[in-house]
Each structure stands twice: as C-alpha cells, then as structure tokens.
Design a protein around this ligand. Structure first.
Ligand code: ATP
Length: 259
C-alpha cells in the first residue's frame, strides 16, 4: 500500500489532502461536498450529483480540454457584454467554489443568486451566509418573488430583480428541467456540467464540459484578460464559438481519451 492509499476520504481539513496526490482534485471535491452537507448548505442528493461528475471527470482526464477552454472564454465574453448577468448558486456550487464565484461576479459585474432544487429557508440562509463569509456583498434569491414559467411551483422560484430579469445566466450543475425552462425564457444560458449528454449542457448557448473547480477560476482569468476589449472583439469571440463542436469534442474525449 502506498502512502497515498492511506489518505482517508473523511479528512477534517482539506489541507490534510496532499497536493501531489494523483487524485487530489477528486479528493478535494469530495471533501468539500461532505463539508457542505455537514454545514447544511448541500443536500444529500448533491453527493450523488458529485459522484456522477467525478466519473465523467475521470474519463475526461481531469483536465480542462481545449474546447472547454474556448467555451470558458466565450462565456466570459457573454458575461462582459451582458446588460444584467446573474450567476446562479446551488448547494454543490456553494460548497465547491464559493470564493471563486464571488471573484467571477466581481470580474464581470454580475449578481449572485441562490437558486435551489431542494429549497428550504434554512438552506437558503446558510448558503447566503457562506457566500458572504467568502466576500460576497449583496446575495439574491432570498425574495423569490418571481416564477420561471413552465416549471413546477417550488422549483420555479427566482428573484424578480435577479435571474428573472437577467439577460445572461450562468447555471452550473443545473437540473435539466430548469435549464430548459430558462432557455425557453430566451436567456443566454451558460452551463457548467461534466456530462455533455445531460440535458442542461444540451440546451445551453455555451456548454462548458469541465469540472466547476477548474472552470470558474479559468472564466475569471479570461474575463480579466478581456476586460479592456471593445464590444466588437467580444462579439467576435462569441461568434467564433461553436456549441455543437464543444459538445462533440467533450463526448469524443470521454469515449476515446487516453487514460
Ligand atoms: P439532467 O441535466 O438531464 O437532469 P442529471 O439528473 O444527471 O441530468 P443532476 O443530478 O441534476 O443531473 O446534476 C448533476 C450534474 O452535475 C451531472 O450531470 C454531473 O455530471 C454534474 N456535475 C457534478 N459535479 C460536477 C462538478 N464538480 N463540475 C461540473 N459538473 C458536475
């Protein structure tokens, strides 16, 4: 047994996971989801979602493939051009990348909105507090005074001056029904999901097939690099991005990549 085999899945602090462990990102992700469940911000179902994601990430080689990097750049361009961009936060997103989402929101001047599949006031408050602990100012999603059309009541709740009003939304790890309903509202939808065959990336204008842990910091880097670009440059980046090709490249990598 190597030293690494003895790394327990339930370490108390993420610093205990050795950074040079071959499965470092996977262990870190798992640890953060478990800590999120303990803190009351992640639903138990979030663990299953994480397990599915982890399997796809393994097949992708646990790296940002070139077509995902293109998608992350196009997403940054969309967010910078938007009138009212909103970044949607669910329990897994809050557990995995709270500070990174706050940094992205700052880089593109977007709102953060808590948007939960299993919505309870306690979980909404816990996530909003968790985001504030990571530097967020205003957090939306607490009012829930508007509804996404064509969606069952409980899952349709959003803020009137948040997701409902947004022209560009980032919905990472989103449920397929809600992603379809947001698409039908005519919003420009950016989805982060490791499964290219899942419905959410299939309906997205910009499907990002990458682990959210890598995708969000990379989008922020692209946004910072593009901050001084004019509208025409940003529009050209968006125009060049081919969503079908991005989905095909990811599927191709998963089916035939070298592991
Ligand atoms: P559908 O979108 O068709 O409803 P689903 O039921 O598989 O598909 P959910 O369980 O609602 O989807 O969401 C989980 C999705 O999130 C999975 O597709 C999974 O691959 C993805 N996922 C999980 N963890 C991550 C992660 N760390 N980064 C990116 N995607 C992830």
């Amino acid at each position: 047994m190597s030293d690494y085999d003895s790394v327990s899945a339930d370490v108390e602090h993420e610093e205990e996971i050795p950074e040079d462990h071959p499965r470092y990102q996977d262990l870190l992700t798992r640890h953060r989801i478990e800590a999120g469940v303990e803190k009351g911000i992640t639903h138990l179902q979030g663990m299953h979602a994480e397990g599915r994601g982890s399997a796809f990430d393994y097949l992708l080689g646990e790296e940002t493939i070139p077509s995902a990097d293109d998608a992350e750049r196009a997403a940054a361009a969309h967010l910078l051009l938007a009138e009212h961009p909103v970044l949607s936060i669910n329990g897994n997103v809050a557990a995995l990348v709270p500070g990174e989402m706050v940094a992205l929101a700052e880089a593109v001047d977007a709102d953060l909105e808590v948007n939960l599949f299993n919505r309870t006031p306690e979980r909404i408050d816990a996530i909003a507090d968790h985001l504030r602990e990571h530097g967020a100012g205003d957090v939306k999603g607490l009012e829930a005074d508007a509804r996404i059309p064509n969606l069952e009541h409980k899952r349709a709740k959003v803020d009137a001056d948040g997701i409902y009003d947004a022209d560009v939304v980032l919905v990472p790890l989103e449920d397929g029904d809600r992603a379809e309903a947001l698409d039908e509202m005519g919003k420009t939808e950016i989805v982060i999901d490791l499964n290219p065959l899942s419905r959410s990336p299939q309906v997205a204008d910009v499907p990002i097939v990458d682990n959210i842990i890598r995708a969000v910091p990379n989008m922020t880097e692209h946004a910072r690099a593009l901050a001084d670009s004019d509208e025409a440059e940003l529009e050209a980046i968006i125009e060049d991005f081919d969503r079908e090709r991005a989905l095909e490249n990811a599927e191709e990598r998963i089916r035939s990549g070298d592991l």
